[in-house]
Write a protein that binds this ligand. Structure first.
Ligand SMILES: [Ca+2]
Length: 178
């Protein structure tokens, strides 16, 4: 299987469980790809409409402070803070929720609904393999890439790409040996 540059599309998933930011991220990573990264005004509007349509006022998004970055490690081409935000009130606001389409930094332990995204990545050479329960399959992958595989976020994306199969998701230990 050769993983090459792929076209990428995101599907947004609103989860109406109230969880802390960290638990929300865990949930998104388990069932989808990650908490949502909002990379454009149009994506932000789409998410705002999802919240509105579901009558949810506020939901965690993937942005957090460690110098601000998205949960999946992406850079920040776009922000839409509410007025006077981010204010890091009491020095304890390191996570971000969306409300009415704009963003506020907030205490990560607060429980909100949250927005996940599922990234569907199409590889040019589609692999097909099937797993039955209890079966162990070793998949050898040859990577043709200029990406920096020493970078943790790049490795996570590669593993996700291996893991995400439109029809079938298998929970297994995935290791990338360099
Ligand atoms: Ca705030």
């Amino acid at each position: 299987m050769i993983l090459e540059d792929e076209t990428k599309s995101s599907q947004y998933k609103l989860v109406t469980l109230a969880l802390t930011w960290q638990d929300a991220q865990y949930y998104c990573r388990l069932y989808y790809t990650d908490l949502v990264s909002v990379m454009s005004l149009s994506a932000n509007e789409e998410l705002m409409m999802i919240l509105k349509a579901n009558d949810v006022s506020a939901a965690w998004i993937g942005l957090y402070r460690e110098s601000w970055k998205w949960a999946d490690g992406s850079s920040i081409p776009f922000t839409l803070w509410s007025p006077q935000q981010p204010n890091n009130d009491n020095g304890s606001q390191a996570c971000v929720y969306m409300q009415g389409g704009s963003w506020n930094d907030w205490n990560c332990d607060t429980k909100f609904n949250f927005l996940c995204e599922e990234i569907i990545e199409e590889t040019s050479s589609e692999s097909t393999f099937s797993l039955t329960s209890g079966q162990k399959t070793v998949v050898k992958v040859m990577l043709l890439t200029n990406a920096d595989l020493a970078d943790k976020s790049v490795r996570q994306r590669v593993l996700r790409q291996v893991r995400v199969n439109k029809k079938r998701r298998f929970k297994a230990g995935l290791f990338l040996l360099l």
